[in-house]
Design a protein around this ligand. Sequence first.
Ligand code: SF4
Length: 489
Amino acid sequence: MVIAFIGNNFKYEIEAVTKLFLPLQNFEFLFEEIPENAENFCIIKREKTEGGHILSVEAALNGEKRSISESGSEGACDEKDEAILCRILYKILNELTGITPPWGCLTGIRPVKKVNKLLDEGKTKAEIFGILKEKYFVSDEKLELAFMTAAAQSKALKMLDKRSFSLYISIPFCPSRCSYCSFVSHSIEKPEAKKLIVPYVDKLCEEIAEIALIARQLELRLDTIYIGGGTPSVLPAELIEKLMVSVKKSFDISKIREYNVEAGRPDTITEKKLEIIRDLGATRISVNPQTMNDSVLAAIGRKHSAKDTEEAFFAARKLGFRNINMDTIAGLPTDTLKGFEHTIETLCRLDPESITIHTLTVKRASRLFSEKDKIADNNIGEMVSCGQKKLLDTGYIPYYLYRQKNTVENLENVGFAKEGYECLYNIYIMEEAQTILAAGAAGSTKLVDTDTGKIERLFNYKFPYEYISRYEKMMEKKSGISEFFSRII
Ligand code: SF4
């Protein structure tokens, strides 16, 4: 598909809208140049007329053509023009492909943030639905979902103040690499990755202590902790202990509201590790099956069974964990609607406090990108809808929701929880409502001014080897935290 821009350069949003309909296509972009001899193309135009500007889209797909024009702004090219062109393009591609994306042309990753903003402005539910339907063509089903999620978040969002923050600790190692993974996580099957684990945890403990020092100097208050990955439970028991002891020594964890450890893959969870995690203060863990179908687990490269997941879950219960999350993914290779329903029903029987339904995302960095034909070919939208309905019927409520680029059918990821078990960290990070100070490779510190909503970011090195070898250089950037808070407090 060739996309040509004349009199504008709205590449980012236009590409995002086009991908809603043609998710796995490669695009060629032209600027101020009409495509010649292209069978499939879109021409996005903003042209001057006597009274202002005319906005138009002309598109051709598989031998069919459409074009629509509307009036644009009088002056400089602005966001309103961009929004109009996106809507026109959406209407045309909707006609040419017959596809009606459930989120309409809402392309951002945080739809609930939009709902929360409109609620803050005093808009009613009916007004919010009206706005999001007219501007973005969002379906009723997704509007209801976003609205329910916003309602479940409101208490957690009201608890925040400028000095509170969450701590994220990254463990970018896994026992093996899943076929759909595009994260930087290293499989410890490779000896060169395995030998990085000990020096990595050493540096991580140093960074945690440095972050604690900065937080104390700025009189910040630690609110929640999230040890995620990767698979944190891939660390040997003594390194999990070392890490969590360093957290306990660096911060007063007696006053925090939540301490999450993503125990992660069942094949890494042992009773000994769970005891350490419990004794060192974790209040919530995840045991992540992704699917309860053994053949699908094998297809994605996991080396555990559904039975291992159940055993890890029961072990956690026996050791006293009363807040457990379980993650699933709809659309995994070889999975079916029936198979996915089986996964959700099995998890409901286990009765964890929260269940997350992700939709498969196929990124270029994943092995699956070159094996796209293996993606479940039945209706993934139906898997997601059936799974969500089952959780709602069982008494779980949606409490955080986000979307990712390149998600199959442009669907969403939703965390469901029993009332009172909503994960605060997940809400704060997804709504960008609280400062997150991040430690570890690929950690991204997000500095949030809760008054203005302004956000600044500081990035750690992505890969463990550079995190270890360039640690001092990376720590120089941490002065950005103090600079930010001296400006906003
Ligand atoms: S467990 Fe998660 S981070 Fe690890 S390889 Fe699988 S998808 Fe990637």
